[in-house]
Design a protein around this ligand. Sequence first.
Ligand code: BEZ
Length: 394
Amino acid sequence: MRSRRDFLKVAGCLTTGTLLSHRFAWAQSGKLKVGLMLPYTGTYAALGNAITSGFKLAVAERSGRLGGRELEYFTVDDESDPSKAPENTNRLVQRDKVDVLIGTVHSGVALGMVKIARETGTLLLIPNAGAAAATGELCSPNIFRTSFSNWQTGYPMGKVVADRGLKNVVAITWKYAAGEESIGGFSEGLTKGGGKVVKELWVPFPQVEFQALLTQIASLKPDAVYTFFAGAGAVKFVKDYAAAGLKGKIPLFGSGFLTDGVLEAQGEAAQGLETTLHYGDGLDTPRNKAFRQAYSKANKGEPDVYAVQGYDTGLLLAAGLEAVRGDASKKNDLIAALEKARIDSPRGAWTLSKAHNPIQDIYLRKVVGTQNKVIGVAHKALEDPARGCNMKKT
Ligand code: BEZ
């Protein structure tokens, strides 16, 4: 391989004009710096790992190059701790000078990343966190989400529950943006269908002490319970709900994070649970089957929604970089290409809204064995309302 000194020696023999064009070629053939800021420890560790594996699969399918550029990874474990988000993000942006930031899972941490991305203009791709503000009041030309908004996965379930005549519902969740906005969306759908959230019960993130609240639910005797929990918290909640004798007595519903990627650990306690999400591992399409096969071959376990989101982040970045032939400094062209991308995803094809959030089908799923089986489409091509987004083009 040629060293930089060799390159300069060769360049020295050339005219100034040619030299400039060679320098340009050198810059473009360097590696693209990708900052992965995700949780690799704690409650959401499995989610961060699945996103990373999905992203790397999309890159591997392109022989390790996006838009002709090899990638160099800079990785930070954000621990799902919002208080560490500014320092962690700055490490990637200021110290490592990444070309693109990818992160994260936890809504509170993501909002810390959004703030720095807005201040510095760094391209930010959000592969999970559903915080409304990221594609709402804090929307920005350089911020894109490849996953969902918290509203988007809760709202359709409100309608499903109301249509079943279950009108008085207790909601229980972690007290932070993801839980609050998931319940907000659910409540909006339920209210439209003539129902009501009669009580909201809160647990501080990432605590998993549910006993006292489950006792309260038993005495309230609602028609149904709606919940948002994910990762290790979802495993504990579903098991505790069954152990408290509530399963089979008060129907439990949730956004699909309740049962995604955790069915082996939840076992019998999860059987029959119905949730709404933009993916289902039983989706019977050639695209999904091919993805699942490729993912299982490259990794130890089966893919889940987080792996799909990581994979789709790779597909979106590939679409953008291919349009600018790997030149990430062509910011406006890159953004325009990302905005008009149509992602042929294992979840079904999706495009981005004006606020940069996927417009996508939301499926109704039911746990059967170790699968989140798709049993219907709860809402076709659902777009987040993007409240407060005023996209200022540069
Ligand atoms: C969130 O914090 O936005 C989130 C975390 C895990 C799963 C889904 C959403």
